[in-house]
Design a protein around this ligand. Sequence first.
Ligand SMILES: Nc1ncnc2c1ncn2[C@@H]1O[C@H](COP(=O)(O)OP(=O)(O)OP(=O)(O)O)[C@@H](O)[C@H]1O
Ligand SMILES: [Mg+2]
Length: 395
Amino acid sequence: MRKRLEILLAGRTRDELDALESLLSSQGDIQVTSRLMINGNVDPLEGVAPLPDALVLLVGTHWEAELMALCERPAAERPPLLVVGPKGNVELIRLAMRAGARDFFSPPIDDAEIFHFLRELARNRRDDPTRAARVTAVINAKGGSGASLVAANLAHCLARQERDTVLVDLDVQFGSLPLYFNVIPDHGLVRALESADSLDALALEAYLQPHASGLALLASSPEDRFGLGEVPETRVEQLLAVLCQGHEEIVVDLPRWINGATASVLERADKVLVVMQQSVAHLHDAQRLRDILVHELGMLASRIEVVVNRYDKRNDVSLAAIEDALPGLSLQTLPNDFKRACHSINVGSPLHDIAPKAPLTRQLAALAESLEAPAAGTAQTRKRSLLGWALPGRH
Ligand SMILES: Nc1ncnc2c1ncn2[C@@H]1O[C@H](COP(=O)(O)OP(=O)(O)OP(=O)(O)O)[C@@H](O)[C@H]1O
Ligand SMILES: [Mg+2]
């Protein structure tokens, strides 16, 4: 059965809200809810769950605070936005665009225009990646820091919490995640990328390798070996969009090479986990990666989380030193447990299955929990101009 479009109208003037509500309601098949915002209340979506199919925000004198509140939400927690406000305010329009506005109207509202917006909304609802899955990208600051172990066990934790989770091994050259789950993809990532432009969520299921935990793995099969430069960016975007439609959590293990393909995942990610260990060389590469993410890809620091793996409080490179070198990024630590980490990979069983009570397993579960916390900002992605930056070190 087709679901009615649910529209939330938010504004500060009852008359304006009523007028727009009756205009929208006249369209049938639309359920409109109005929200009168009063003085201290600036986030039009505060306490709104589940999210509507679209938010129509009528802005007035508090436009800046209201739009900033929307900017601060992760893209996946913002419905499509239409802003209605006074003509000729360039700053307002710019901020509305940053908040993800698809359109901007000034009163008097043209009926035909708003109906066009609603029709587009209904048409795109199924295809809109921002409505669906949460995307977590995991990348090493320096090769061998533990990104694959983190991605694998994070995805496993989410799947165990009954979240519909897909783990994507985007390292088409050296990807090893199938080993971590003791599975062999028969026709995996490369084939899925080849046909990404014609796949829908149902067809994509055939490329996913199921694991007993409920997790689905999308990784290269043994015969798929090609260079990352050969992965077309548009195909990765298409694949991610389709994955996002059909699932709740997408965890991507990224190779340590930023090109168009990996950048498109990073730009879409709600959180990017940068995995490092405690050494000056790791710190140097983490700073370099942070600069690329923030300055080249325009990502807000609040989207980036540093995971200090194999943490040892006696190490010369202390947490305080890491914090100083990477200001504004939040840090998490994972304890060193080489025996269990190795055993888990060697037998192809996630840590929870072999050592549910181990501190490393518990900290990984805490990392999964921490994803629930809303990011304090949104990725203001800007179209990149570079095709590939290699990070120093491996790969
Ligand atoms: N917390 C940990 N304690 C001890 N050993 C760990 C820990 N995390 C990862 N390791 C070990 O570090 C090694 C590399 O980790 P992982 O398998 O995640 O590869 P990676 O960092 O993704 O490597 P690559 O850069 O090649 O993709 C593994 O052998 C693993 O056992
Ligand atoms: Mg890896």
